[in-house]
Design a protein around this ligand. Structure first.
Ligand SMILES: CC(C)(COP(=O)(O)OP(=O)(O)OC[C@H]1O[C@@H](n2cnc3c(N)ncnc32)[C@H](O)[C@@H]1OP(=O)(O)O)[C@@H](O)C(=O)NCCC(=O)NCCSC(=O)/C=C/CCCCCCCCCCCCC(=O)O
Ligand SMILES: Cc1cc2nc3c(=O)[nH]c(=O)nc-3n(C[C@H](O)[C@H](O)[C@H](O)COP(=O)(O)OP(=O)(O)OC[C@H]3O[C@@H](n4cnc5c(N)ncnc54)[C@H](O)[C@@H]3O)c2cc1C
Length: 667
């Protein structure tokens, strides 16, 4: 059954319209699955529509033509316009609506409030006591103050135990003295720190009576609330241009014996009494909750970034006509090539899969905060830390790969900033680094896996959590023809074997006399492999669960095709692990490959609608190639004509330098 696709409009590119007519599901219904609710999917459309009626919210020029200064100014200008319209555009208490509004209006370039909402306010929510809530949270939420999260230093980002910024408690004045003892102790990288924020949650080593208690979060005023000048004792500025986020002011920050009151240690979980007595938190890493939050949200955020790039690439592939198949009198859409489908469709499946498992980690994070704040229960923290460490690493890596494939799938025009794909790529791959460098975080999950295998080895398999229970079983022979479960079992086997092999290897090094750290380092590559497999298994399982729970039959059927593609693609990608011990046969390999190719064919008629279902407006897409109406060529020409270089036919640099060179050559 074909659905009246709401994206079809008169005057659209006919090739795209043809694609939309073949859809077997309703894109509004699919959007409900992608955004988690009918309400949010609908509100996104309404918000986009409302934004389009406010001319001041439009980009003043295409963003790729702006220089850094203009990008920062443009972002800040739009924020001030938004501020006037906020209440009419969104329910300000609805995070999903706010997130969509910012993506729509601000683009990807970054803006002064980027870290305020994502880390500053959440750090207060997770770490501030009731009195501190009272003092700071309302002001922050009303945006009387703008904050950021200042943890990373010039010399240390991954190894938090070695952060050098000190917060030394002075009982006589009941103050902490914040100090930057060396150049490497400068805070470096925090988003929105350089020029926009007047407050920060600063993570510093707490020192009481010459004893270090490790990194703790403090709320610190950086700038005068009236003049916005840095306060005496504060050195703050912008760190310069980056691969992306160039509308944002990632910054540096130094303290020269800067004093803050005792109440500014965020003290919901640990505190310092007036006399300098330290009260420990219920969990040593509880101060890291703002990081766990961002990591928990990253899978959905990254899935949407991948969806953004794929919307551009798939739509363009349906309007790009080049080369022949059977009929040599008509060129075909490049989307008809199997290689193009293989490049793009598995990435669509991954985008959906990442979004679905992200919903699960967001739910787990919300539960953790509820438990911690209501009764100090931190029992979910270790599991969530392990899970999100692996997930952010695997997802950001694959999203980077997927976006890069999307760029290549657009041929030469993909390389132009008119496609906007390079901007999306720059933003997405930042995620491989921020919130914990990917290798470092994979090794965090590996600690958890090794401990789990050790539990099994010592006869305590009953203590394993549900996510790792397969490490104690999972060696069934599998007939792949029997549905998603058999793929899960196969993947469990592969993942279990890798976790065990890596653990055995690590233990062997220790038996042979290496210290734990040296043995760990000698096994690190194998350990990261185990973490990736475990995480991919989790993603696969959540994808299956989500598809099973969908009630709209046409949507479920289209998702099932995507799921089947995902299962076959994933298994094929890791087949070497199963082939090396003969667990998988070459017949099974062939079976998987054929399943994969037939999934590509099944998905083909729905490809455009699967990306239309992300329902990115043209404003949010910011891509000439990805336009909903498919009118690519005239708009590419118009876009090029708007280049500042084309303001004059002869550039001053040509007159000044090139012409004299050419003239000289003539002599
Ligand atoms: C974890 C480390 C690497 C190591 O820590 P260390 O102290 O050395 O600990 P270990 O000795 O290795 O381990 C000791 C045990 O502690 C356990 N552990 C460690 N951390 C945790 C934790 N957080 N929770 C629970 N348990 C933890 C560990 O497993 C050990 O246990 P065991 O002994 O094995 O049992 C640590 O140093 C670290 O975390 N390093 C990384 C540093 C980092 O991540 N920095 C981030 C800085 S902030 C930043 O980067 C910000 C970026 C902003 C980007 C903004 C972009 C926004 C887009 C995002 C999308 C989000 C949308 C949100 C939308 C919305 O608002 O809704
Ligand atoms: C876009 C962006 C935004 C950011 N925003 C913020 C922010 O708002 N606030 C903030 O505080 N910070 C922010 N950061 C900083 C970011 O969190 C850190 O850069 C990140 O945590 C990585 O730390 P690092 O730079 O010290 O990397 P390094 O640890 O120096 O990594 C370099 C290499 O060393 C390897 N390595 C390091 N340690 C180990 C280990 N133990 N085992 C194996 N390999 C290891 C890594 O794998 C990597 O290959 C941001 C960074 C970026 C790029």
């Amino acid at each position: 059954m074909a659905f009246l696709n709401k994206e079809i409009r008169d005057g659209d590119n006919q090739d795209l319209t043809e694609e939309r007519r073949t859809a077997t599901f309703d894109t509004d219904k699919m959007a409900e699955v992608i955004y988690g609710s009918e309400k949010l999917a609908r509100r996104r459309r309404e918000i986009s529509h409302a934004v389009s009626r406010i001319p001041e919210l439009a980009d003043s020029r295409p963003l790729p033509f702006l220089d850094r200064f203009e990008k920062v100014t443009e972002g800040t200008r739009k924020l001030s316009v938004l501020d006037r319209h906020l209440a009419e555009l969104i329910d300000v208490n609805d995070n999903g609506e706010a997130l969509h509004l910012y993506h729509e209006v601000m683009g990807m370039e970054g803006h002064p409030l980027a870290l305020h909402e994502v880390m500053f306010v959440p750090a207060l929510i997770g770490q501030a006591s009731d009195e501190q809530y009272e003092k700071w949270l309302g002001r922050a939420k009303r945006r009387e103050i703008i904050g950021c999260y200042a943890q990373t230093e010039l010399g240390h980002g991954s190894n938090l135990r070695k952060l050098e910024t000190t917060a030394t408690y002075t009982p006589s004045t009941q103050e902490f003295i914040l100090h930057t003892p060396t150049i490497t102790a400068l805070k470096w990288w925090p988003g929105a720190l350089g020029k926009s924020s007047n407050y920060a949650v600063v993570v510093a080593d707490l020192i009481i009576k010459d004893k270090s208690y490790g990194p703790h979060p403090f709320i610190v005023q950086l700038r005068d609330e009236k003049t916005h000048q840095p306060l005496p004792g504060i050195t703050v500025g912008d760190i310069g241009p980056k691969m992306a986020f160039n509308g944002g002011d990632n910054g540096y920050l130094g303290f020269d014996n800067f004093r803050i009151p005792r109440e500014n240690l965020l003290n919901r979980h640990s505190r310092v009494e007036a006399d300098g007595t330290y009260v420990r938190p219920p969990h040593a890493k509880i101060g890291h909750s703002a990081m766990i939050r961002v990591r928990s949200h990253m899978a959905t955020g990254q899935g949407w970034l991948l969806g953004h790039a794929l919307t551009i690439a798939i739509r363009y592939s349906a309007v790009r006509i080049q080369g022949f198949l059977e009929d040599k009198s008509h060129e075909v859409k490049v989307l008809d090539y199997q290689t193009q489908q293989h490049r793009l469709f598995p990435a669509i499946a991954r985008a959906y899969a990442f979004i679905f498992c992200g919903f699960e980690t967001i739910r787990l994070y919300d539960q953790l905060i509820l438990d911690m704040n209501s009764n100090g229960n931190t029992s979910g923290m270790a599991d969530l830390h392990a899970l999100t460490s692996g997930l952010k690493s695997v997802v950001t890596h694959f999203v980077g790969q997927g976006i890069e494939q999307a760029r290549m799938a657009c041929g030469g025009h993909g390389y132009s900033m008119a496609s906007y794909i390079s901007e999306i790529y720059g933003v997405a791959i930042g995620g491989c680094t921020y919130e914990g460098e990917n290798m470092v975080m994979l090794l965090q999950l590996a600690r958890y896996l090794v401990k789990s295998v050790e539990l099994v080895k010592s006869g305590k398999a009953n203590q394993l959590g549900p996510m790792v229970a397969y490490l104690a079983v999972a060696d069934h022979k599998v007939n792949l023809a029997t549905g998603p479960d058999s793929y899960v079992k196969m993947f469990q086997y592969i993942s279990k074997r890798q976790s065990w092999k890596a653990t055995e290897k690590f233990l062997k090094f220790m038996e042979n006399g290496d210290s734990r750290d040296v043995a760990w380092n000698k096994t690190a590559v194998e350990l990261t492999r185990a973490s990736r497999l475990h995480t991919r298994l989790y993603i696969m399982e959540t994808f299956i669960r989500r598809v099973e729970s969908v009630t709209d039959i046409p949507v479920k059927s289209a998702l099932t095709d995507l799921l089947n593609l995902h299962l076959n693609y994933e298994l094929l990608d890791v087949a070497s692990y199963a082939l090396e011990d003969g667990f998988m046969s070459s017949n099974q390999m062939d079976f998987i490959k054929n399943q994969l190719y037939s999934s590509l064919e099944k998905i083909r008629p729905n490809a455009v609608s699967l990306v239309d279902s992300f329902q990115f407006s043209d404003m949010q897409l910011r891509s000439v190639l990805g336009r909903r109406d498919g009118h690519v060529y005239q708009n590419l020409f118009d876009w090029a004509k708007s280049s500042p270089l084309n303001k004059t036919d002869v550039l001053p640099s040509v007159t000044q330098y090139l012409k004299p060179m050419m003239e000289k050559a003539k002599l």
